[in-house]
Design a protein around this ligand. Structure first.
Ligand code: F6R
Length: 357
């Protein structure tokens, strides 16, 4: 139920801190340590390479998941769109494990891949919000998102829940492999939840930013580097699907290889800067587009920020920044859709679960 909320999307954005806490609990054992089934740990450790299969927002979560798994658990990962993999599979490693990421667990493009795998006898794990869904039933293993029903077509809390479960897998496997990281994921996810709350409380600020940058525009660019780039892809998808503003996410360094030609006087460019090692680079990119007339909006993480920034994100662990940098982009998409009078929860031409290929 929507309760006092005008739209499911806004309610689901607001639920994200609570979902983080729910996931931490769901994956803690009696001692308070994060854990997943031994069978799943074994399957992950037996694999020489993981293949993540997903679509849309879940694919964007997979791109971040690859970084988390490779950094923490040190297993190589490839991320593929179901619709591409099904008809043009890459050369596989000797001992692959397939990970399906799907909020609904019903996405036909992913299922087409799963059907093939089973013929090849490869193991599979589904990460889904819906127990008993097709992808869950047909895979060998399942991990649940515990995000509660997601009703709005535009996915929000399922995305951050997917990131949380992917971080837990990475952390648990790392511990099992005796790879020790100098942080406690339970604590770091708690910090994330608190930061998310602060962002949810700052909604009016994001409504202002939306009015300032997107009131009359027909297009919008999102730029970032490293993890911020993947969040930009998600921010652009969110904006286009519910506000119908043409939006694209770019790796900052790619601008000069083509896209910068599209920058005109007043073109909105939203830049994310949470990654210390590329902060100078992305700020350089912002200057390049500003010099060509772009209306630039810099969203930076505390610690990286300086006076030209439009919004400062509370600090979280450098690997977990997508969990919070996506919230401003979800809210900007929401307000852009609201101010344009669009049907926020049910955008045109889209369905919540895509059960045809
Ligand atoms: C975007 C969105 C879609 C889904 C995609 C995959 O907001 O909701 O891009 O992410 O259709 O759906 P699932 O995760 O159910 O497989």
């Amino acid at each position: 139920e929507k309760g006092t909320y005008p739209h499911y999307m806004l309610k689901e954005i607001d639920e994200q801190p609570a979902v983080m806490r729910k996931i931490i609990q769901a994956y803690q054992n009696e001692q308070g340590d994060l854990t997943i089934d031994d069978d799943i740990i074994e399957a992950l450790r037996a694999a020489d390479r993981l293949y993540i299969i997903a679509s849309g927002t879940s694919y964007h979560a997979g791109l971040v998941g690859k970084q988390l798994i490779e950094k923490m658990a040190e297993i190589p990962v490839e991320v593929h769109l179901g619709s591409e993999f099904a008809y043009n599979p890459p050369l596989l490693s000797e001992r692959p494990l397939f990970i399906f990421i799907s909020q609904s667990g019903e996405t036909a493009d992913s299922r087409a891949v799963l059907v093939k795998l089973k013929e090849w006898n490869y193991p599979s794990l589904t990460i889904t919000n819906v127990p008993g869904s097709t992808l869950s039933r047909e895979a060998d293993y399942t991990l649940l998102l515990h995000a509660g029903p997601e009703i709005a077509v535009a996915s929000t809390k399922a995305y951050t829940a997917q990131l949380a479960v992917l971080s837990i897998i990475s952390y648990v496997v790392a511990q099992n492999k005796q790879i020790h990281h100098r942080f406690d994921l339970v604590q770091e996810l708690g910090i994330v939840a608190t930061a998310m709350e602060a962002l949810c409380d700052a909604k009016e600020e994001f409504e202002k930013i939306t009015i300032e940058f997107l009131a009359t525009t027909r297009n919008c660019f999102f730029i970032g580097r490293g993890l911020d780039y993947f969040v930009c892809l998600e921010g652009a998808l969110k904006l286009k699907e519910i506000s119908y503003i043409q939006a694209e996410g770019f790796a900052g360094g790619e601008l000069k290889h083509g896209t910068i030609a599209l920058i005109e006087e007043g073109t909105p460019v939203i830049a994310i800067d949470t990654q210390r090692n590329v902060s100078g680079n992305i700020r350089g990119n912002v200057k390049e587009v500003a010099a060509r007339g772009a209306n630039t909006c810099l969203i930076a993480m505390e610690g990286n920020h300086n006076s030209e920034d439009r919004y400062v994100l509370p600090e979280v662990h450098e690997w977990l920044t997508p969990f919070i940098s996506v919230l401003p982009l979800q809210l900007i998409a929401y307000y852009a859709s609201l101010h344009r009078g669009c049907d926020i929860d049910k955008p045109r031409n889209l369905a919540k679960s895509v059960t045809v290929e």
